[in-house]
Design a protein around this ligand. Structure first.
Ligand code: SER
Length: 583
């Protein structure tokens, strides 16, 4: 049973348009490093913008969460994962949503209703309990004892600003033991498999809630988890999602999975994430900042654990594993096949670089342990080896044992928890920002990038196209192909033309059309492969036509004054303009 295909088929039969996974690196949303949930690329539409594919959507979305990175290695944690999702943008609501979830599970996947339980929002001083969902679940045949009302059933949570609402979670009894009559949400045998969010509210910065223009549904189901529970495995890495990857690692390392589970799970998880990040259209490369840093950490951890399993680092192991992942997922994510060579090069180049750091770490370890007077490695030194040289505690302990040295593992764990709490706070902050952004200022900047693109074509060269862009509430960045540094005259002419168009008060209009028609109509379509068919074409007066996901200002007259702050090279043949809009 292919759960992914069955899911998409089921919702297509119910008039949902399948949309492709958005890139794993969000476009025009610098507040998050990666997409962390299926709904994230849809935030503008959940807030009210019109989606070119209509009001019923479904997809599988690439997601990556790195706040639990250090927990990968157990049976359930992953960094990269896929989320199956279906959405109603002001179309159907609770009844259809819960009924279809129930039908998909019990009819398409043949899950016995006896193995299911649900939770619904219990209500608080701001929002009443979700009685409607309780009634729907009862009418579907869920016994009362399997329906629990919880305060936590609000997504993302009561504190986060942005679109939000009550949710209903569906749980599965993941054991062959008899199913208890009553659902206990604290019993981990009940595994949450699907979340149906009734995204009807907007939580504002000032703490108030208002109703969104439309009542939406946002559902999300983690593919790895549902696959594991339905296949009846306790260890996600023994499900069909991972089994062949683990088998390949066993073959390469020439040692069994039993006894080496942790290392092998980390290698399997991290290399898959590294493959997906480096194949993404964003073109991320290992570096010391942002997404590039995460990519680097994932690859380096893979290498360390490969080394600790005794894999010959000089062999082609990393490419062999990556090839397996590309062949497994290429059907669903064509960018993996398109960018396969880039992926292999990224992995191998980083492997060669890290070889040296790893050796330095081992030297540092030798130095530290030589100078110990009491055969005890304190928490600060153990943490330094972790933080600076990327040594996991296990490696430090293992190496120490060989020298009869005792490591303060408890102290290390305390330090580690403090460190983790800090980075988690950071990640939550970022996610909050992600949901709350894409406001009016970003929309203005977005419209300004289209004007800039059109002005560069008129003033500098008609063959100029956008190669990337990044927008915050403070500024815009626009990358384009150009064989020379812009002259001062070119810059001021471009600036003047954009301002002329702004002052002309041009309307921004939207048309839906097929990709073929969009291209035939001469619309700028640099990243057309990233968009589902049909596409939205944004026109600004008659000066610009671009295929784009929006959102945009509705008229240029609200943009203010456009000013170029900087023009510089970013790569060979690629220039970058940084610009601002002022009132
Ligand atoms: N946004 C919800 C979640 O991530 C449902 O898609 O769980």
């Amino acid at each position: 049973m292919n759960i992914r295909d069955a899911y998409i088929e089921f919702f297509k039969e119910r008039d949902h348009a399948q949309i492709p996974s958005a890139p794993i690196v969000p476009e025009n949303d610098p507040s998050v490093l990666f997409n962390t949930a299926g709904m994230q690329p849809l935030v503008p539409y959940l807030k009210g913008a019109e989606h070119p594919n209509g009001t019923r959507l479904c997809d599988y979305q690439k997601c990556l969460r790195t706040n639990d990175l250090d927990e990968v290695g157990d049976t359930v944690h992953h960094t990269f994962f896929e989320m199956l999702g279906n959405w109603s943008l002001g179309d159907y609501f609770k009844k259809e949503s819960l009924t279809w979830s129930f039908e998909f599970l019990t009819k398409s996947l043949n899950v016995p209703v006896e193995k299911l339980a649900v939770s619904v929002f219990a209500g608080n001083e701001v929002v009443p309990a979700d009685e409607e969902s309780i009634e729907i679940w009862k009418s579907l045949g869920l016994p009362e004892k399997r329906i629990k009302m919880l305060q936590d059933n609000w997504w993302p949570n009561m504190e986060a600003t942005g679109p939000c609402g009550p949710d209903s979670e569906i749980f599965y009894w993941s054991s062959t033991e008899p199913v208890p009559e009553e659902f206990d949400p604290n019993d981990e045998t009940w595994v949450e498999i699907w979340n149906n969010v009734f995204m009807q509210c907007m939580h504002h910065e000032d703490g108030s809630f208002s109703n969104l223009p439309k009542k939406n549904v946002d559902t999300g189901m983690g593919l790895e988890r549902i696959t594991a529970v339905l296949e009846g495995v306790k260890d996600n890495y023994q499900s069909s999602v991972w089994k062949d990857v683990i088998a390949k690692i066993v073959e390469i390392a020439d040692c069994p999975y039993e006894g080496n589970e942790r290392e092998m799970r980390i290698i399997a998880d991290h290399i898959r994430s590294a493959v997906f990040i480096s194949a993404d259209p964003a073109g991320i490369k290992p570096s010391n900042t942002d997404q590039g840093y995460i990519l680097r950490r994932l690859i380096r951890r893979t290498i360390r654990y490969a080394k600790s399993l005794g894999i010959d680092l000089n062999s082609n192991w990393e490419v062999e594993l990556a090839q397996l992942i590309v062949s497994k997922f290429g059907k669903y994510y064509p960018e993996l096949e398109r960018n396969a060579q880039v992926v292999y090069d990224v992995l191998t180049t980083e492997k060669v670089k890290f070889g040296k750091t790893l050796d330095n770490g081992l030297k540092e370890f030798a130095k530290i342990t030589e100078n110990l007077t009491d055969k005890k490695l304190n928490k600060d030194l153990a943490f330094k080896l972790y933080d600076t040289y990327g040594f996991p505690l296990e490696l430090t302990v293992e190496l120490s044992q060989e020298k009869g040295i005792e490591v303060d593992t408890e102290g290390f764990k305390e330090k580690f928890e403090e460190h983790k709490a800090k980075s988690r706070q950071g990640a939550e902050q970022k996610f909050k920002g992600g949901l709350a952004s894409s406001g009016e200022t970003e929309a203005k900047y977005h419209t300004a990038t289209h004007l800039l693109n059109a002005a560069l074509k008129q003033i500098v060269n008609e063959n100029i196209h956008q190669k990337g862009s990044n927008i915050t509430a403070e500024r815009m960045r626009f990358d384009f192909n150009c064989d020379h540094k812009l002259t001062d005259e070119e810059k001021s002419k471009v600036e003047a033309l954009v301002n002329e168009w702004i002052q002309a008060g041009l309307d921004v209009t939207i048309q839906q059309m097929s990709k073929a028609d969009a291209i035939a109509s001469g619309a700028e379509a640099s990243f057309i492969e990233r968009y589902p068919d049909p596409v939205t074409v944004y026109s600004i007066g008659d000066v610009s036509r671009e295929v784009c996901g929006g959102p945009h200002a509705t008229n240029t007259n609200i943009l203010g004054t456009f000013k170029i702050k900087k023009e510089e090279a970013v790569a060979s043949g690629i220039r970058r303009i940084k610009a601002v809009l002022t009132d």
